[in-house]
Design a protein around this ligand. Structure first.
Ligand code: ATP
Length: 314
């Protein structure tokens, strides 16, 4: 058994330095919310596995190589001979505006099914992490996600659901119809303040949605607040965790890093304050460096940002 199992679609991301219509060099990176979380935990020394479908070509090979290089087990990945890799273009249109364009419809990752996940679930995991992105990919991926959540919770694993709404993939009502039932299998639900009602009633206040989730058996609801940190709700009440004061250079991946930090704290048996501290620490590492996951800390680097002044030399 591994400490953490996660699954979803890993994408090849291609970043431009300027408008895409102008062409020029593109930088190739691994992207994907679930693979970001897997890497975050693997860097901290937890035994971590990622499952999913990847194309049976060089791009699929690239995805697997990146995950292996980061110490994420890929034993239960399916190679898809017929479908292409999912791609994501990140166009730096202006210094302040990056546009995202997906080429993922019909991709290998979107064809995920229950059969792809069965071996990974059978091998066992202490924590199963899933996101609201996977059910948006296809009917089979939605069924696979629901099946995995149910199987893991029945096996006694901690199930963590990050709502992670992707407005380019589906409408809010469709997302809510799929994600609200999924939250019933989860012990931990993570969401940004503006997406929390996707696991509750449309437009419901934060407190109302949280009360509903706690009543359905969710133990912890984490609301991410960007540079303002996060709120954590449990049956004992609400606790706020401040973000660490760092210079933000690239905020993509902050939420995934935050979740990885929280789950690492859980695996280490930390109390809520300790889990939140690790969550905001990983979030800070993610925003303070380029890339979605490249800047995440190894375990011996966890205290690197404590007491740091801008421009520090160590
Ligand atoms: P994304 O979708 O870009 O990954 P998100 O919206 O899911 O991000 P955020 O709320 O932006 O997630 O960030 C998650 C956590 O990362 C925050 O709770 C905070 O701890 C940390 N964080 C985010 N922005 C900053 C910042 N500017 N400075 C320090 N920490 C930050």
């Amino acid at each position: 058994a591994v400490d953490l199992l996660t699954f979803g679609e890993a994408l090849v991301s291609l970043r431009s330095a300027g408008p895409l219509t102008a062409g020029g060099a593109l930088t190739m990176r691994l992207a994907g919310a679930e693979s970001n979380v897997a890497i975050g935990l693997a860097r901290l020394g937890h035994r971590t596995a990622w499952a999913g479908r990847v194309s049976d070509d060089e791009l699929g090979g690239y995805v697997l190589r990146q995950l292996r290089a980061e110490g994420v087990a890929v034993d239960h990945v399916t190679r898809d001979r017929d479908r292409p890799a999912g791609l994501m273009f990140l166009e730096r249109r202006t210094a302040d505006l990056t546009r995202v364009r997906y080429h993922r419809a019909g991709s290998a990752g979107s064809a995920l099914s229950v059969e792809d996940l069965r071996p990974a679930l059978a091998a066992g995991a202490r924590v199963l992490h899933l996101t609201g992105i996977t059910p948006a990919l296809s009917d089979s991926a939605r069924e696979a996600t629901r099946w995995a959540a149910e199987a893991a919770s029945r096996a006694g694993a901690l199930v963590c659901l990050d709502v992670n709404h992707r407005a380019k993939l589906w409408r809010r009502d469709d997302a809510r119809a799929a994600l609200a039932p999924l939250a019933g299998y989860a012990s931990v639900v993570v969401a940004s303040a503006d997406e929390l009602d996707l696991v509750g009633e449309p437009g419901a206040a934060e407190e109302t949605t949280v009360a509903g989730l706690l009543a359905r058996g969710v133990a912890t609801v984490l609301v991410k607040l960007g540079a303002d940190g996060a709120r954590a709700y449990t049956r004992d009440g609400v606790r706020h965790a401040a973000a660490l004061p760092v210079t933000a250079v690239d905020t993509v991946g902050a939420g995934d890093a935050f979740t990885a930090g929280y789950l690492s704290g859980h695996l280490d048996g930390l109390d809520l304050a300790g889990r939140l501290r690790r969550a905001v620490t990983l979030g800070a590492f993610a925003v303070a460096g380029d890339g979605d996951w490249e800047g995440l800390p190894r375990r011996d680097e966890l205290s690197l940002l404590d007491d740091l002044q801008p421009g520090s030399t160590l």
